[in-house]
Design a protein around this ligand. Sequence first.
Ligand code: ATP
Ligand code: MG
Length: 712
Amino acid sequence: MDDLLSSLNPAQQEAVQHYEGPALVVAGAGSGKTRTVVHRIAYLLRERRVYPGEVLAVTFTNKAAGEMKERLARMVGGSASDLWVSTFHSAALRILRVYGEYVGLKSGFVVYDDDDQTTLLKEILKELGLEAKPGPFRAMLDRIKNQGRGLSEFLREAPEFIGGVPKELAGEVYRKYQAGMRAQGAVDFNDLLLLSIQLFEEQPGVLAKIRQRARFIHVDEYQDTNPVQYRLTRLLAGLAEGGTGPNLMVVGDPDQSIYGFRNADIHNILDFTKDYPGAKVFRLEENYRSTESILQVANAVIEKNALRLEKTLRSVKAGGEPVRLYRAPNAREEAAFVAREIVKLGQYGQIAVLYRTNAQSRLLEEHLRRGGVPVRLVGAVGFFERREVKDLLAYGRVAVNPLDGINLRRILNTPARGIGASTVGKLVEQAQRTGQSLFEVLRQAEGLLSRPQPVQAFVELLEELLEAAFETGPAEFFERVLDATGFREALKQETDGEERLQNIEELLRAARDWEEEEGGSLSDFLDSVALTAKAEEPQKGEAPPEASVTLMTLHNAKGLEFPTVFLVGLEENLLPHRNSLSRLEDLEEERRLFYVGITRAQEKLYLSYAEERETYGKREYSRPSRFLEEVPPELLKEIGAFGDTAVPVMAYTRPEPKPKPSLGEFRGGERVRHPRFGQGTVVAALGGEVTVMFPGLGLKKLALKFAGLEKI
Ligand code: ATP
Ligand code: MG
């Protein structure tokens, strides 16, 4: 129908009308790639008589999937509910819930999150007698699984030591991790994709069925697919049949590839026409999102990348306000400036503050709240990761899968029921020795423990809950757990119990909402929780999103747009990040990240940097980002601490507490006293640090702010 096409430009219209065979839409930020996918799906349904049950659209985040579904529902009505719009991970989970048995999954398998994975790794390290931290092994797991190449290939190229242990031993950690996951009926996020690939490769019959459900496939943000996602897409798309190639449409922008550090491979999009011969290529060259002033800055930045394909991107919105640049004396002043400007601007829901690292959010949040601005923080400790919420969810996980030893241990003595650490140790050891599940061992408590009653009572409770898991929805299930365990009473005893109780109530509310909106079993609810990636989940219990300023990292901002954007911390070592300075590829990925940030803005863009920032508790001078210096100065308008025009100091800005003693008060040769090291002589004072010579102790570098030095 006409309205599907009339709101598009000719290039978009062509892409939307593309019917069978592979197609690539490659275009710059804000050129309407995502919009094209949405309209194309609607067009397929209306004009090509494709069934909604034959359409798959893959998005990068659950949030993006939700938005796409909503837009489609508005365009095509009720049939939108039969469309399959999801992330790679949700799609894989859905497939494995039905066909998982073929690849050895038990029916109630659970999806482990970060925290569960780390707990299992810690256990394995302990079992192997290794005194290593789990972090590097976590990274190893991700690397192996994101590349999808298997352990032996990984080890061949790995450095000799991983996490301080020889790589062969690290390989053993990996094998034990895999075995442990399977024994507990658990999979991790990466497994979802890998097992789907295995399923498709081994079971052509299953693959054929899924392909019917995905005759028309779309992948948004294709530039950030990793090798595993690439293979999954290829399998789903299938080979050319009867002349018409796979009906696969991918859209993306190589200049916005920002997940290289997670093995995303930019070649997937660059080589698309080679991988899928005969693919049609559509280029969109008009940017509808940002004003001309903003787009000029974006273009000037991205042009500096050596490793890129040239593209044209023209703005449709001519003119616009100049991009503003603010130089702050320090990070606190930067945050204060952002807060002041935002209070002046109002319309908080239209504003986003973007930064490179999560750690930057604290100061910003603090200043905004002080100014009375509601804040929506995306990507902080997620709601579902809070301790008490995880505890309650663990009851659910065990009830649908009693083999899940990690979650079973979590609840064994939570709330406290007299099963002490040594008892737990004994039980776990018995399980490891006999190869039984922990649950089995608990059932034999009588023969193992001198005082088996608490464990026996717990087993009885569990058995009731196992039944409840099948009989009730999630909300009632959790209510029963709360009643049967005295969970609420136990929380009340804690110092921050009130807040924790509120979180529990919030979980119940979330479960009820979910039952109304989606509906399903406890197990379905737990799946949906597992898929809510922590990175994209806003905190609960705040002002509604339309009244709050959004705070998030640049990575999380991909694909989104806001009328006003503040891009903060544009400093060397932050953007570009300190870890990316040595390799050109990494540096260029940072530049793309800056480009992604700039192109989120529709009307107003503020850039800022601080000349001094505290990192790891130390004050450091910082230099403006090299990326800022690459922007022609005439495209930027420098502004002062109070914006374009001077305004009186806002009531909430308290005077900065001066660091005591302030920099420069110490001179070389001065005698000082330190609370721990005693008397000494100042040798140098620079950059917030003093170097003092203490007799008998030698030179010490001290952070001025914390040193507590006294002149004598
Ligand atoms: P990104 O690269 O950031 O993912 P994108 O290419 O996917 O961006 P969209 O988000 O689809 O771009 O579109 C950007 C904005 O431009 C949206 O607000 C969209 O509605 C609008 N837009 C796209 N095409 C048109 C058009 N032909 N007419 C009017 N507005 C349009
Ligand atoms: Mg998009």
